[in-house]
Write a protein that binds this ligand. Structure first.
Ligand SMILES: Nc1ncnc2c1ncn2[C@@H]1O[C@H](COP(=O)(O)OP(=O)(O)OP(=O)(O)O)[C@@H](O)[C@H]1O
Length: 256
């Protein structure tokens, strides 16, 4: 079976300090995986290594059966992996619809400068309309992104992230800064728009982790010490031990 994402003995050092220390992970296509771990464990670094923002010091990263370590984020995106960058991939002065259409056009290989010329491209327009409904922003179609609420901007960001049709999606703390009600709504939205896709999230909120993930990868000191269903991870003595000495109080609550 070809894995959607596979990390083989992945390593990353900053200076003399090894931060990722032989991480191994094999994610099946269509799985939703939450990466959790104490502060400073290396979760964001792992995301940066997978998406090509950082080059590993050792080991390999595979995407859908292709080796991708050493490739640029752009090349990795073209191979089917999309990562959200928390609002920054949303253009504040474009409308919701235009933002989504940009995401679609970008994936088709066109440049933004050709946008006007390409506005007649029905495929891109139709896809953008579909995305608009999927992320629940149909009523905000012509509103400038800058005028959306925070939660709406996050929904738009998810729309732009999935616009290119990538089948592996990386989301960095997708619900951070949201209220409890917004979070519950957003978990449902993420579940719907990533249906059938492989999802990796870095997450601190255990409510989100248990609401969203089929499997949890626990990262401690740059290694994946457990990778299993939420129930099994919760019961894993190594995980409980790793979290006991940690200052991440909310994580402790979620794991006990
Ligand atoms: N570019 C860098 N240069 C030097 N050290 C770095 C760099 N990026 C991260 N680190 C260090 O690597 C370690 C892991 O950081 P990382 O952000 O990956 O952890 P994390 O698990 O995502 O933490 P948090 O939950 O607090 O976001 C930290 O000690 C951090 O200071």
């Amino acid at each position: 079976m070809t894995h959607a994402i596979e990390l083989k003995d992945l390593r990353k050092s900053f200076g003399k300090t090894e931060i990722i220390r032989g991480a191994k992970l094999a994610v099946q296509p269509g799985e939703r995986v939450a990466i959790i771990g104490p502060n400073g464990a290396g979760k964001s670094t792992l995301f940066n290594l997978i998406s090509g923002r950082l080059a590993p010091s050792g080991g390999e990263v595979w995407l859908n059966g292709q080796r991708i370590d050493g490739k640029t984020p752009y090349e990795i995106n073209r191979l089917g992996l999309a990562r959200s960058f928390q609002i920054t991939n949303v253009f504040p002065r474009l409308s919701v619809f235009e933002n989504l259409r940009c995401g679609v056009l970008w994936s088709l290989g066109h440049r933004y400068t050709f946008l006007r010329f390409l506005s007649g491209l029905t495929d891109a327009n139709e896809r953008a309309e579909t995305l608009l409904r999927q992320v629940g922003l149909a009523a905000k179609r012509d509103v400038l992104a800058v005028n959306l609420t925070y939660a709406e901007q996050r929904a738009l960001e998810i729309g732009v992230t999935i616009a290119g049709g990538a089948d592996v999606i990386l989301l960095d703390e997708p619900t951070s800064g949201m209220s409890t009600t917004e979070t519950a709504h957003f978990i449902q939205l993420i579940r719907e728009v990533t249906e059938g896709k492989t999802l990796l999230t870095v997450e601190h909120d255990m409510g989100v982790v248990f609401g969203l993930a089929d499997k949890i990868a626990v990262v401690v000191y740059g290694e994946v010490i457990a990778f299993d269903t939420p129930e099994r991870v919760r019961a894993d003595p190594r995980v409980q031990e790793a979290y006991l000495g940690s200052p991440v109080a909310e994580a402790q609550e979620g794991l006990h």
